[in-house]
Design a protein around this ligand. Structure first.
Ligand SMILES: C[S@@+](CC[C@H](N)C(=O)[O-])C[C@H]1O[C@@H](n2cnc3c(N)ncnc32)[C@H](O)[C@@H]1O
Length: 246
């Protein structure tokens, strides 16, 4: 039997690009590129953590569940969560504030014959009218301003049926202690400045390399391109044309 939750990433990248161009109004048109980044392995929805999620979710899986996926850039999260629930097939709802991924998910679900409702909605506007037995938030909170997250979690709690579960995957990290922040900022700026300084070879270095290769320098022409100012240091990028003879 064909895997219900298998994805054709190449076809999805192509269709996602079409739908994104027509429907995505997000910063950076992120949904236009999402499928291409996924097939290139730059972002990898759930890979590597699927087994951990399956283990953590296993005790909470029941027949006839209503599952909400809060924010999904393509059918990837639906498929990952669908696989965890298999052989059960819950009643899925996917909410996103952008129409582009929802259109792609609609097409995926209808091609596979999966019951999946999509709602074009901001999760921050959920009012608890509708309730779900499980809500899955897969790295959606990461893409929200920090001050909005408490409202997000209050809304999600209000949309969980009694006994329901929230499954939240998100990036977390330790903040540096306040007294070490100036030190860390200075180290960051020093590193960035060094990288900037070292990022382009000097014309002298290239000339040395050309001479070192046994050639004679005949002409050097330089055109100033851009002036960058960083951490109080002015850097002028130049385009150099070097003519050398043998
Ligand atoms: C970058 S994606 C990552 C989601 C998931 N990990 C995936 O692989 O699809 C985050 C998704 O959440 C959606 N999103 C972010 N904030 C939202 C909000 N307040 N309400 C609804 N959707 C939101 C974005 O439009 C995007 O599709």
């Amino acid at each position: 039997m064909q895997d219900l939750w298998s994805e054709d990433l190449a076809a999805q990248a192509h269709r996602g690009q079409q739908l994104g161009s027509a429907l995505c109004a997000c910063d950076g048109s992120c949904h236009t590129l999402w499928g291409s980044l996924r097939i290139a392995g730059v972002n990898n929805t759930m890979k590597g953590e699927a087994s951990t999620l399956a283990e953590l979710m296993a005790p909470f899986l029941r027949d006839g569940m209503r599952v909400l996926i809060g924010g999904s850039a393509d059918p990837g999260v639906l498929c990952g969560i669908g696989r965890i629930h298999a052989p059960r097939i819950p009643a899925f709802t996917v909410i996103d504030k952008c129409r582009a991924p929802l259109a792609l998910i609609d097409e995926f679900a209808s091609a596979k014959g999966v019951a999946c409702r999509t709602l074009h909605l901001d999760l921050l506007d959920l009012d608890g009218t509708e309730q779900w037995d499980q809500i899955v938030l897969h790295y959606t909170a990461d893409f929200m301003d920090a001050h909005l997250r408490s409202r997000l979690f209050r809304n999600l709690a209000g949309s969980l049926a009694p006994g329901g579960t929230l499954i939240c995957a998100t990036m977390t990290g330790e903040s540096p202690p306040a007294d070490r922040q100036p030190e860390m900022e200075a180290a960051y700026i020093a590193r960035a400045t060094a990288l900037l300084k070292d990022s382009l070879p000097t014309p002298e270095l290239i000339c040395d390399l050309v001479r070192g290769a046994g050639l004679r320098l005949l002409k050097i022409h330089q055109t100033a391109r851009a002036r960058r100012s960083h951490a109080g240091m002015d850097v002028v990028d130049t385009s150099s044309i070097i003519v050398a003879g043998k």
